[in-house]
Design a protein around this ligand. Structure first.
Ligand code: MRU
Length: 380
């Protein structure tokens, strides 16, 4: 938005408030975080509408995704990212794609549905939510396998309901996660977070950022340190953006500054999200999380992992069995730089996630409860 035009508008329509123009302008520009819709379904245009997170913080741009290729690409390129948000996108996405299946029998329908499902699931391997949401959608279709007649519109209706349920469950879970974690925190605490497990990573509110938003509503006034989160800068571009927009006291630090803010006594707890929780309590989350956990352990700072129970994957006995996504070298050598900042053809290792050992985790906080070591509560 052009600031000059806004000033002119305010001068014309609010002449009495001329002295307060900066504050008025601030109100207009800083709409509530809830105005940002990470993922939604547009039934009229048959599209999944996402806020393109690769364009934040510079521009709040929404894009419509109508084909399996567009949905895959948006997930792969992190236009939509964060474990719950990609699950919801995939659920809405496969519903939209199912509407496009021209089948006359259940078998034809299911064959094409499976193809699209496997294709979407291949976009990113680590977050359990993508696969889990698609599996839930598949179960809906499978329930019709023995129906006497192929009723396409009924299948589509049930798919729609399931996708909406996945979204609604996520929103409710986030709020409960926030409440549960808040019971462990005290007003004025310094909190450190890594990557973005906020409103932008879920349907609304966030997981790791949920207690921060709830706390802000209740006057806790936490002081948050956001790791920038190399190489894709989810902390700098997204966490700092959404917390600042919500009026939270947030300080951006480079990843290698986490130790010093802990050493100075500015951090009383670490709150992070998760992409997959193994049966023994090992947690996969954004690359760099395990380093933060080691630092927190060293300084005796509680390290809390926040996530919905849907992130628990009991089929993974421990972190070694979690598939870790590796991404392109250019994200390390080129992205965000005016020109290439590493020698041509240098070898690059770019894992998108790492595994934090359960030994370093103080508690895993879900929508149902707070689970402490040895994390046997994961099975309940
Ligand atoms: O690669 P990203 O940006 O999708 O990684 C996101 C994270 O690691 C989040 O911490 C995790 O998905 C939890 S989001 C509530």
């Amino acid at each position: 938005m052009n600031l000059g035009i806004i000033y002119l508008f305010l001068f014309i329509f609010f002449p009495d408030n001329c002295l307060h123009l900066p504050a008025l302008l601030n109100d207009i520009m800083n709409r509530s975080i809830a105005d940002l819709k990470t993922v939604r379904l547009n039934e009229e245009t048959n599209a999944v509408v996402i806020l393109d997170q690769t364009r934040l913080p510079g521009s709040e741009t929404y894009i419509s995704l109508s084909s399996a290729e567009e949905i895959w690409e948006a997930i792969y390129r992190l236009k939509v990212r964060g474990a719950p948000a990609i699950g919801i996108t995939a659920a809405y996405g496969i519903y939209i794609c199912s509407k496009q299946i021209a089948a006359t029998t259940y078998e034809e329908f299911y064959q094409e549905f499976s193809r699209v499902k496997n294709y979407l699931a291949s976009a990113r391997p680590t977050a359990v939510n993508l696969e889990a949401a698609l599996n839930r959608m598949e179960k809906v279709v499978c329930r019709f396998s023995s129906a006497p007649q192929f009723d396409r519109s009924d299948i589509l209706h049930k798919l729609y309901k399931e996708a909406e349920a996945i979204r609604a469950e996520d929103a409710a879970a986030c709020r409960r996660i926030g409440e549960n974690c808040l019971s462990l925190l005290r007003p004025g605490m310094g909190l450190l977070t890594h990557c973005n497990a906020g409103h932008l990573a879920v349907s609304e509110y966030g997981t790791a950022l949920a207690p921060i938003y709830l706390g802000e509503e209740r006057g806790y006034h936490f002081k948050v340190f956001a790791d920038e989160t190399r190489p894709l800068l989810q902390g700098a571009r997204l966490t700092a953006y959404e917390l600042q927009k919500a009026g939270v006291d947030v300080t951006l630090i480079c990843d290698n500054m986490a130790s010093v803010v802990m050493q100075k006594g500015w951090v009383q707890a670490v709150v992070v999200g998760c992409d997959r929780i193994a049966a023994n309590g090992d947690v996969a989350n954004k690359i760099g999380t395990s380093g933060v956990a080691i630092l927190a352990y060293h300084y005796g700072i509680p390290f809390y992992v926040l996530g919905p129970t849907s992130t628990i994957d009991l089929s993974c006995p421990n972190g070694d069995s979690i598939v870790i996504e590796e991404r392109s070298p250019e994200e390390v050598t080129d992205m965000w730089y005016v020109s290439k900042m590493a020698p041509e053809k240098v070898k690059v290792y770019n894992p998108a996630f790492d595994v934090t050992s359960h030994e370093l985790i103080t508690a895993i906080i879900t929508e149902k409860k707070i689970i402490y070591p040895p994390f046997e509560g994961l099975y309940e």
